[in-house]
Design a protein around this ligand. Structure first.
Ligand code: ATP
Ligand code: MG
Ligand code: MG
Ligand code: MG
Length: 479
């Protein structure tokens, strides 16, 4: 495959920021802030809960969010979404994973959310459409919730084969954050790893051949403490795609543990222990037990590193207690099954750091290096042309380094300091103000006019016999 974990993550963020005007938002720490209903952050939407509920502090930055995108560190061990027991047994549930997500808060809704997801998967990531299956909510009489026919219709309009559009009930297609909190019907995208004839029957069947990759939730209700559903002040879109599962697809693997997020870790475990090399077997037969231990240890050491870095230490209550249990499971599997010496767990930390942090720094460095060289030349050329006793560097040049080459302004200051120079501050402020004015003028004008084609207009097109295919939506996007 042509994607690495770094480029797959970055491609997701860029698709939504560059092509669809989403604002990139950093991951929240895994310890939830001020939300006693959660042990750990279990989904990208957790940090946006106040917006969904309509109670975000109007003075906060968050209150202005309409479209955002991020990659969220998630831990699912304990609470409503508890995957601890599956970890190691299967090859696609982790205690720690990264959730890629995009949101619309009272902005776009179902048509746009589905088309963007479909386009990203099939055109940008180039996943063959015939391997994808989508599910939609079939309704729930007991809760008085209707079937989401609208979404079924959207998928068909996007060109998804009718046999690949499948209804499911509350358990799979009504997403809830926890016992209480925002919730709504969802539509999910599943990937058939094999090209099975009966793949449709394997969707949501806990089968490694057909694995859920992306969930698009249409947030419409809040689950109250008494179990009732309250309508939210506005509808929102909340999506989440597991990076590890996406990567397995993009790298043509059958297991998350065979991607570049895990293979260096499995090799490190092999080097540090007396166990035979990892062979990816599942089940309880002898080899399967060893391979399961590999997966558990690899998974748990990632979770330990990420949690400790976010200030959750193994302890006696709440998330701390969960982390202690995770650590003890890892110790048990590494010593008793993998015959690893004492200290093996901690010796894996540099590998986790390498995969999750060092690569990120390397990629960012590589992105800036050529700009830095180019900018250095511009600075030197400008300096050589300047009057000997001038101490003010031209604002226009500094601004262009900032705008065109991505130089942080404080970095330009630092580089000029070495020549006993400063940037002309008044000039710089003026340029910044002009730029801001220009931006606010174009805002609301250009952009995603094409996205606001709603379902009614889709239905109208169809009733007028206009062939409504994938292509008409594509065309719509390029407006
Ligand atoms: P599953 O049915 O496989 O347990 P889910 O329905 O519980 O997944 P969601 O709550 O819909 O998952 O989360 C959105 C996405 O996050 C999923 O589609 C999947 O790609 C990813 N994901 C969920 N749980 C895990 C996990 N434990 N490890 C890795 N990725 C996960
Ligand atoms: Mg689950
Ligand atoms: Mg599911
Ligand atoms: Mg799901």
């Amino acid at each position: 495959g042509r994607f690495t974990s770094q480029s797959a993550r970055q491609t997701f963020i860029q698709f939504f920021t560059e092509q669809h005007e989403h604002r990139p938002v950093p991951s929240a720490p895994v310890r939830p802030r001020g939300d006693p209903s959660l042990l750990f952050v279990n989904a990208g939407m957790n940090q946006f809960k106040p917006i969904l509920l309509g109670c975000a502090d109007p003075r906060s930055e968050m209150a202005s969010y309409r479209r955002v995108v991020n990659s969220q560190k998630c831990v699912r061990a304990g609470g409503k979404h508890n995957d601890l027991e599956d970890v190691g047994r299967d090859v696609y549930h982790h205690t720690f994973f990264e959730m890629l997500g995009n949101w619309s808060f009272g902005d776009y809704f179902k048509v746009e959310a589905c088309s963007m997801a479909w386009r990203l998967l099939t055109e940008v990531y180039e996943i063959p459409a015939e391997r994808l299956y989508v599910s939609y909510f079939s309704g729930d009489a007991a809760s008085g919730l209707p079937a989401d026919e609208e979404t079924r219709h959207i998928w068909l309009s996007l060109g998804v084969h009718p046999d690949h559009v499948l209804p499911f009930g509350m358990r799979d297609n009504f997403w809830e954050m926890g016992e209480t909190g925002p919730c709504g019907p969802c539509t999910e995208i599943h990937y058939d790893h094999v090209g099975n004839r009966n793949a449709a029957a394997l969707v949501n069947a806990d089968n490694p051949d057909v694995v859920e990759i992306w969930n698009l939730v249409f947030m419409q209700h809040n689950r109250e403490a008494d179990g009732g559903l309250q309508a939210l002040p506005q509808v929102s879109v909340d999506t989440g795609m597991g990076l590890e599962r996406l990567l397995t697809v993009l790298q043509n693997k059958r297991s998350n543990y065979d991607t570049d997020l895990f293979t260096p870790l499995l090799s490190a475990i092999h080097q540090h222990s007396k166990a035979p090399p990892y062979r990816g077997r599942t089940g309880q037969a002898d080899g399967g037990r060893v391979d399961m231990a590999y997966r558990v240890v690899a998974d748990h050491i990632r979770t330990l590193c990420v949690c400790i870095a976010d200030g959750v230490y193994p302890g006696m209550t709440g998330p701390e207690l969960v982390l202690r249990r995770i650590l003890r499971r890892a110790v048990r599997f590494s010593t008793e099954v993998l015959q690893a010496p004492e200290g093996m767990l901690a010796s894996l930390v540099p590998t986790v750091t390498h995969i999750l942090i060092m690569e990120l720094i390397n990629v960012n460095e590589a992105q800036f290096l050529s700009s830095l060289k180019q900018g250095r030349r511009v600075i030197n050329r400008t300096l050589s042309k300047m009057n000997r006793d001038s101490v003010e560097f031209p604002a226009s040049v500094a601004w262009s380094l900032h705008q065109n080459l991505g130089f942080p302004l404080d970095l330009i200051d630092l580089m000029l300091e070495e020549h006993n120079m400063t940037v002309n501050k008044d000039g710089l402020e003026q340029l910044a103000a002009e730029n801001k004015k220009l931006q606010s003028q174009t805002e609301g004008g250009a952009g995603e006019r094409g996205l606001h084609m709603d379902l009614q207009s889709l239905a109208e097109l169809q009733s007028r016999g206009v062939p409504y295919t994938n292509d008409s939506l594509k065309y719509d996007y390029s407006l």
